[in-house]
Design a binder for this molecule. Structure first.
Ligand SMILES: [Zn+2]
Length: 110
């Protein structure tokens, strides 16, 4: 599975502001958008990388439209922390299998 990483992303910066965090990673389709954290840092932070790769798997499993619909619906219903898609991603942080057959590319997207 191909995973793309985009550094210095404005969309991740907005998400970081919303979540009141000073660094942030956010996934759209197969790309991890980063703010205030480098590609090298996330690759060396295995748990964070597994978490974000799990979100990419969720996008693929659900399809983009259903994923976004569920993510937003669950966020209103349960909040960020108890959103079932976030719980699944947090559980993946300890699962070494998540990163099997993953190839990481630097994204040239904006
Ligand atoms: Zn998450």
């Amino acid at each position: 599975m191909n995973v793309f990483i985009k550094e210095k992303s404005w969309i991740a910066k907005i998400a970081a502001t919303k979540l009141r965090s000073n660094h942030c990673a956010i996934v759209f389709f197969n790309t991890i958008y980063l703010h205030s954290i480098s590609k090298e840092e996330i690759i060396n932070n295995t748990e964070l990388l597994r978490h974000e790769v799990m979100h990419i798997k969720q996008w693929k499993r659900e399809g983009a439209f259903i994923f976004l619909y569920k993510y937003i619906k669950y966020s209103f219903q349960f909040g960020y922390y108890n959103n079932p898609l976030e719980i699944e991603a947090r559980n993946a942080e300890l699962d070494a299998n998540i990163l099997k057959e993953i190839i990481i590319f630097k994204s040239k997207k904006r």
